[in-house]
Design a protein around this ligand. Structure first.
Ligand code: NAP
Length: 488
């Protein structure tokens, strides 16, 4: 799995945390326009962080009781006069109602905390719109990615990053300083043109997970249908047997490991494709196609979903003997054996097969758990690059090999039994083996010394057909230069 989306900050921009010019801010008077949820939480946090807070409301008498007693709640114009930094905790639609305050607001810093209800809702960002309404003010976009709840609970809980942008460095510095004193981590997102991007962030729903989730659902649907046909529809049509009770647990439980196993192999397949492309073109400087790039970036999420399916499979498997259907079938088999006077039903090969396949399955799940845990940012950050790569790459590949053993011992000789070909469909496990075995085979080929060495050279910058300058000493001891192909 890739190193790490989750290990990175929300957005990889420069933190203004360590700015040497930052001066102590606590004690400064900060204004808040609005008396809603966000304004209230902001005022509480600011008061707790040592700021003097003045709240501007259209109806201060009614709203004063909602704020901490240390905060002054007054009319908007009064509040604005008392401070140079004002948080505008008002929805964009109501910005125009603040235009009466334009004169008193002139020269002040306005912090736009607003969000939209849709991505790219308006042509210009809310912050740019506010700046256009108040050209004599300096607008800073910030704090919109922090919820009212996070503000109340403090920076101990929830997201700590406050993304800030503005065209004015000094204003940005002052707001960053306030965020820092409040216990948040200010992240400099550059100039005002980034406001749109910052406003879109809270509206995105798990952007990195969309493709992996659709992939998992797609695989689940395919394998589920396949298993349904083999385990339920086939006996119903061919033998008029009602096996529909198998759908909620048995069919799901045979589908989950298929998804987990194929997803795990899909974590390593893009690496194999990337290496093959590098070997084929003899260079690492050729861009991969976009789909491969995307795939490489989603490996962590694909791996975590594989672990999720494997964990569900383990729980489902543990529950199998608890079912009524299982108990009935067990008793029915026992009665049949008693009637037929069969005393010894022990099949040594079956016993061994099951012992091995369960044991190997547990080990595979253990390794997948390790991979999932080490992909957590707090754990990943405590590992050096080599440790991380060992766990994610080497142990991950071992997990794939062990999962293959689990699948093979589960399937055993069923692939060679013609009764297993329901409607001529091969047993499901044979299908799941296709991609993982291709990946394992490719990895074995890449580990052959001749291939491995070539791949290593390419990854260190060597290129096929590239001419390099060399310098040779002549017979007279003088040096002469020439050119040769580096791959000769
Ligand atoms: P809210 O509870 O509805 O508060 C909005 C406040 O705006 C009102 O209490 C009102 O205060 C004031 N206001 C000023 N002029 C107004 C007018 N013409 N009509 C109506 N109200 C007017 O909303 P909120 O949740 O605090 O959100 C405020 C801003 O913070 C929004 O831009 C939102 O996108 C942003 N935000 C909110 C959260 C959150 O978790 N809630 C998180 C991030 C960003 P007075 O009546 O006292 O004037």
């Amino acid at each position: 799995m890739s190193g790490g989306d989750m290990a990175k900050p929300l957005l990889g921009h420069r933190s203004v945390e360590g700015d040497q010019r930052v001066a102590p801010a606590a004690g400064r008077t900060v204004g808040v326009l609005g008396s809603g949820d966000f304004a209230r939480s902001l005022a509480i946090r600011l008061v707790c962080s040592g700021f003097r807070v003045v709240v501007g409301s259209r109806n201060p008498k009614r709203k004063a009781g909602l704020f901490p007693s240390a905060a002054e709640v007054t009319f908007q114009a009064e509040a604005v006069k008392k401070t140079d930094v004002i948080f505008v905790a008002v929805f964009r639609e109501h910005y125009s109602t603040l235009c009466d305050l334009a004169d008193v607001l002139a020269g002040k810093i306005l912090v736009d905390v607003s969000n939209n209800t849709e991505i790219n809702h308006h042509k210009e960002s809310n912050a740019e719109y506010l700046a256009s309404l108040f050209p004599a003010c300096t607008v800073v976009k910030g704090f919109n990615v922090i919820s009212a709840w996070t503000l109340q609970s403090g920076a101990r809980d929830g997201n700590k990053q406050v993304l800030i942008c503005s065209n004015n460095q000094e204003a940005k510095r002052i707001v960053a300083e306030i965020a820092q004193v409040m216990g948040f981590t200010p992240v400099d997102m550059g100039c005002m043109s980034s406001a749109c991007e910052i406003e879109n962030i809270p509206l995105r729903l798990l952007p990195a997970w969309k493709i992996p989730i659709f992939l998992a659902l797609g695989l689940f649907l395919c394998f589920f249908t396949y298993n349904l046909v083999r385990q339920v529809i086939h006996p119903y049509i061919r033998e008029q047997k009602n096996k529909f009770y198998k759908i909620p647990i048995e069919v799901v439980n045979t589908t989950l490991p298929c998804v987990a196993y194929v997803m795990l192999s899909l974590v390593y397949l893009p690496g194999v494709l990337a290496a093959s492309s590098q070997l084929y073109y003899g260079t690492k400087y050729r861009r991969f196609p976009d789909w491969l790039d995307q795939w490489l970036q989603h490996r962590k999420q694909i791996g975590l979903l594989s672990f999720f399916c494997a964990a569900l499979h383990a729980v489902y498997s543990l529950c199998l003997p608890m079912r009524r259907s299982h108990r009935y079938l067990l008793i029915e088999t026992a009665v049949k054996q008693a009637v037929e006077k069969k005393m010894n039903i022990w099949v040594e090969e079956e016993v061994w097969r099951m012992e091995i396949y369960i044991s190997v399955g547990i080990i595979a799940l253990g390794l997948l758990s390790l991979l999932a845990i080490t992909s957590l940012p707090s754990i990943a950050n405590s590992l050096n690059w080599r440790e991380f790569s060992f766990v994610q790459s080497t142990l991950g590949f071992i997990a794939l090999v062990i999962s293959t053993l689990h699948t093979l011992t589960y399937g055993w000789s069923r692939a060679f039994d013609e009764n297993q070909y329901k409607f001529y469909l091969p047993p499901t496990y044979t299908l799941t083996l296709l991609v993982p075995c291709t990946v394992i085979l490719a990895k074995v080929v890449f580990s052959l010394p001749c291939v491995h060495q070539r791949l290593l050279r390419i990854r260190r910058g060597w290129e096929k057909g590239r001419y390099v300058k060399f310098v040779l000493p002549s017979a007279t001891g003088e040096y002469s230069s020439g050119e040769t192909s580096s791959n000769v």
